[in-house]
Design a protein. Structure first.
Lengths: 386, 92
């Protein structure tokens, strides 16, 4: 597959294409938890290589020069990198707003203080449930819930703004009231109530995760009730409810457009327009071979689904094509085998019946949590071999 | 929208930071996982939000910098009210 286009096409894209504003640094695929909805690729165990400290700092510097202002440290669990404080310090010095996106596993007071000293701007802790038993079962760890609670308190006590992220699904979404109460008690500044997006391990486990329409409606009603209460009190906490696109009739404008503002760098240095794009049948460039400027503006991978020349019907003639960009390329590929198809979430898609049958499946009894496929190296290696 | 009192002293909410972004050619307000592009006048106001100056002092300074601007006090009050409502700033 070619990595270069014609010179005229490149310069045309460069003049129209704005800079990357967000850099997501997936520092590692290593993680002590085994969440069955992890967004890492199924074959993560095949990608063991990790960029060195110096390589990461060079990536940050190049992306900053291009215009990136927000930097997320993610993974895997970014805390397993011993050089995290050094990476934070270097990024903050360059002027990034630095976000640590963590499960809280591996965090302690000494590291919280070190990160603060290095200039870390914000910490996001993810929870699996408001209830320790469900949380621990989903995370595949018995100590997880207490550790997360302790760390959320320590993060606030250190003066950081804090985002709490609850991944919701059919097994915990009915606890939404308890989840919100817990977040308010922990003094979260932002609460993300994010229903699973069905990529990676969550796609594998979709039937066991997708909530019913009634469950979603309930969650939305409870969230709106709390939003009204918070607004009335002038309370600064913001509740962000992310609903699964499986219940929409039009697809999401995924990543605000392909290669438009987001740049993800995977542990081994592969550059992606979004964190699940690795599964697409497209060759993506590596930071060890190309400059970020070339990758962002000129590479085949980042230009592949920019604009609308790649679209087929019904997208091509659709008046909404510049609002939703035909939806998500990864979802189109996963569900139809062709990444240039309309996202099947769209009711105009000839494959929309797959979404309808997933909704119907959600109405049926599904296996309990214990029977989901948990994300771990052993399973990842088995999946790779199949 | 709430109208702030002239004596109120606004300060940026912890974790919020304003900075100049050369590539975007504008000031931005950065916060957890978010970024707002600021227009010129919003940036002029927010640059003076430092936890020391009162709303009144901010208006007086801007009036001195932009003597020909009419209705400046109302615009500043409206913006500070909006920024407070968005929880970008709080009053000390």
């Amino acid at each position: 597959m070619s990595n270069t286009g014609s010179v005229s096409a490149d310069s045309q894209v460069r003049s129209e294409q704005g800079p990357p504003l967000w850099l997501l640094a997936e520092l590692t695929y290593r993680c002590p938890l085994q969440c069955p909805y992890c967004s890492n690729p199924l074959e993560f165990a095949e990608h063991k290589q990790e960029l060195s400290t110096a390589q990461w700092i060079d990536v940050f510097s190049q992306a900053r020069a291009l215009g990136a202002a927000q930097l997320g440290f993610s993974g895997g669990e970014p805390l397993v990198r011993d050089d995290l404080a050094e990476l934070i310090g270097a990024a903050r010095e360059m002027g990034y707003y630095t976000n640590l996106i963590t499960s809280g596993m591996g965090l302690n007071q000494s590291r919280i203080d070190k990160f603060l000293e290095a200039g870390l701007d914000h910490i996001q802790i993810s929870f699996q449930s408001s209830d320790s038993e469900v949380n621990n079962m989903l995370a595949g760890s018995r100590k997880a819930f207490d550790q997360k609670l302790a760390m959320a308190r320590a993060v606030k006590a250190a003066g950081y703004p804090m985002v709490l992220n609850f991944v919701t699904h059919r097994h915990n979404i009915d606890q939404i009231e308890k989840i919100i109460e817990l977040c308010l008690a922990l003094e979260a500044d932002f609460v993300e109530l994010a229903t699973c997006q069905y990529y990676g391990w969550a796609h594998l486990n979709r039937a066991g995760l997708l909530p019913t329409k009634a469950q979603l409606d309930h969650a939305e009603a409870v969230t709106n009730r709390y939003r009204a209460q918070l607004a009335e009190q002038g309370h600064p906490c913001k509740l962000i409810l992310v609903t699964p696109d499986y219940y929409e009739e039009r697809p999401k404008g995924c990543m605000n457009g392909w290669g438009n503002i987001f740049l993800t760098i995977t542990p081994d240095g592969t550059a992606l327009p979004c964190h699940s794009a690795r599964q697409l049948p497209v060759t993506f460039p590596s930071v060890s071979e190309y400059s970020l400027s070339h990758i962002w503006y000129d590479s085949f991978g980042f230009n592949r689904y920019r604009g609308d020349d790649w679209m087929q019907e019904p997208c091509r003639s659709c008046p909404e094509k510049h609002q939703d960009f035909g939806g998500c390329r990864c979802q189109a590929y996963m569900l139809t085998g062709d990444a240039t198809q309309a996202d099947p979430v769209c009711s105009k898609s000839p494959h929309h019946h797959q979404i309808l049958s997933a909704r119907a499946e959600a109405e049926l009894p599904q296996p309990p949590i214990e029977e989901l496929t948990f994300r771990n190296e052993r399973t990842s290696r088995i999946i790779c071999k199949v | 929208m709430s109208i702030p009192s002239l004596a109120a002293v606004p300060t940026l909410r912890p974790g919020y930071r304003m900075q100049w972004e050369p590539v975007q050619d504008c000031h931005v307000l950065l916060y957890p996982e978010g970024m707002v592009k600021l227009n010129g006048s919003a940036a002029e106001v927010l640059q003076r939000v430092d936890g020391r100056r009162s709303v009144n002092e901010i208006i007086a300074e801007l009036q001195a910098c932009f003597p020909s601007a009419s209705g400046l006090d109302e615009d500043v009050m409206a913006f500070i009210g909006e920024a407070h409502e968005q929880h970008w700033i709080r009053f000390r």
